[in-house]
Design a protein around this ligand. Sequence first.
Ligand SMILES: [Fe+2]
Length: 306
Amino acid sequence: MPQQTSIVEPPGLTTNQTPFIEQAQAHGEIFIHQPYELYSEQNHEAWRHLFARMKPRWERYANRHFLEGIDSLCLDPLRVPRLDEVNKFLRPLTGFQAKAVSGYIPAFLFFDCLRNRSFPTTITIRPSGKLDYLPEPDIFHDIAGHVPMHTDKAFAETLVRFGECAHTAAELVAGIRDEAERVRRLTSIIRAMARFFWFTVEFGLMRTPDGLRAYGSGLLSSFGEIQYAIDSPEVQRYPIQLEWAINQAFEIDHYQPLLFTVDSFDHLFSLIDELERWLRDGKLNNVAPGEPAVNERDLKSFLHRA
Ligand SMILES: [Fe+2]
């Protein structure tokens, strides 16, 4: 009798609905592989829709380094990308590579990955019926929002400097004898670094001869916010000042009402240099309280450098 063949739809790698991820997290595995065969047709459809609707917005609102990055990575607009293939194009350009993770990664480890030119990358994708907003990152945010920026040499160097700052911070606080004071200062430093990262790498705008353009990945992966950030009269946009950015709280559950602009990636790089000087001088030890919260895992990761 001929054997019957039936095509079984894979279970999918949908955000918050993925047993593969739950198991990895339950086993404490942070770095994982990308089980490509698990992506369902719905997952690919979500990618296809996200990519197709972003394309004209990128052309209108994204900075040129990003647009060049999208081209040089040869991202497939129709299927969820394979990290291995993205890395084949990315690595020769700046040494960066996307590295699959199971979800949240403690702050020190995250920055340390950047120092080693690895980018912790989420492999799940938002549900195809919920393309607009998700508080968690997904592969569209990470690969289509972040990774094209990593093809730019000056931007890549800035990310590496973030990682070096994290090491400097860990070394500095390790020298503080009093435990409560060590934790208090570290909390302030992590908050300052997270704010600076947020207002640049995630939500930064750049002044260009053609007007304002987005380089922050939170904007580059959001169909609604990329336009709002640049066109809405309600958004406050100011030239970045380090003292302001590190003391400015932010919330993640709505469009950003306040954004900062840089002139170039060399400008951004000079700011991270200044951030490290301020760190060494103790200027990050007492930043304004408020968001983001610094959790126990973030603190421990800096204290144990792991
Ligand atoms: Fe991000």
